[in-house]
Write a protein that binds this ligand. Structure first.
Ligand SMILES: NC(=O)c1ccc[n+]([C@@H]2O[C@H](COP(=O)([O-])OP(=O)(O)OC[C@H]3O[C@@H](n4cnc5c(N)ncnc54)[C@H](O)[C@@H]3O)[C@@H](O)[C@H]2O)c1
Length: 253
């Protein structure tokens, strides 16, 4: 799909991978709506790229319904949804203070998995109502899993479960939406230089970076955005989860 002139929604667009994707979409001529709980970041970026920021906790049905409706009223129904909102709150199943709080596990799953599904259902419904473009294509949905979906580390029980489910959601959604010409894909990033990672101590960052075979550094958010843009452009890509990770395979810890 040529995204020029079409509407796009990016969740978690106020920071990191979502912000880089929003910049790339705007540079390609898309009308970009940024959905985030971090309104400072989302509004600053919206000003920079000529987009629009909407406050939205992706795990809330009412928030997402209101934000998608408001984005549609501003830009028209979105042809592209990129799900980047996410949290990586760590915690052992049984830590030194006892069992992980069930609500801590639930919150990670609610944001990463239910939030992804929440936007997929709403944006997907709007995409199905749009006129088909070349090849009968109506829309593209890209969600963000993680290499932790496949090699979750100790302390990543909630995160890895949520991201494994995002990966597993991709094929059934692509199969269901195929008849409408809506493609569904996911990216499983390795380690990317965003506030999520750069918030860790330098020692942890150095040990993480050392484990990446090639290139031996953190990924740049623009490299993630580059894959999103290719996924949008290449109509043959569908129903797949693509690792973007410099060949890293996470170790147990
Ligand atoms: N950075 C990495 O190395 C890496 C690796 C693998 C996967 N990921 C995934 O990529 C995605 C983007 O992460 P990032 O590194 O850019 O992190 P980030 O912290 O820079 O950005 C995440 C954004 O999501 C927003 N957010 C959090 N909870 C939300 C909610 N309930 N509703 C709406 N917005 C919410 C935050 O406010 C923030 O703007 C996440 O899903 C993350 O799990 C990141």
């Amino acid at each position: 799909m040529d995204i020029k002139g079409h509407a796009a929604i990016v969740t978690g667009g106020g920071s990191g991978l979502g912000a880089a994707t929003a910049r790339a979409l705007a540079a390609a001529g898309a009308k970009v709506a940024l959905l985030d709980v971090n309104m400072d970041g989302a509004e600053a970026l919206a000003r920079e790229i000529g987009g629009k920021a909407f406050k939205c906790d992706v795990s809330s049905a009412t928030d997402a319904e209101a934000a998608v409706a408001a984005a549609k009223a501003t830009h028209g129904a979105a042809r592209v949804l990129v799900n980047c909102a996410g949290v990586a709150t760590p915690g052992r199943i049984v830590g030194k203070d006892g069992p992980l709080k069930l609500d801590a596990f639930r919150r990670v799953v609610e944001i990463n998995l239910i939030g992804t599904f929440n936007l997929m259902r709403l944006a997907g419904a709007d995409m199905q109502s749009l006129a088909p473009l070349a090849d009968g294509e109506r829309g593209v949905i890209v969600s963000t899993a993680s290499v932790a979906a496949f090699e979750g580390q100790i302390g990543q029980a909630a995160y890895a479960s949520s991201k494994g489910a995002v990966a597993a959601l991709t094929l059934p959604a692509a199969r269901e939406f195929a008849r409408s010409g809506v493609r569904v894909l996911a990216i499983a990033p390795g380690l990317f230089a965003t506030p999520m990672l750069l918030g860790m101590t330098q020692e942890i960052q150095d040990s993480l970076a050392a484990a990446i075979p090639y290139p031996n550094r953190f990924g740049k958010p623009e490299e993630y955005a580059g894959l999103v843009m290719h996924m949008i452009a290449n109509v043959m890509l569908n129903g797949e989860v693509i690792r973007l990770d410099g060949a890293i395979r996470l170790q147990p810890k």
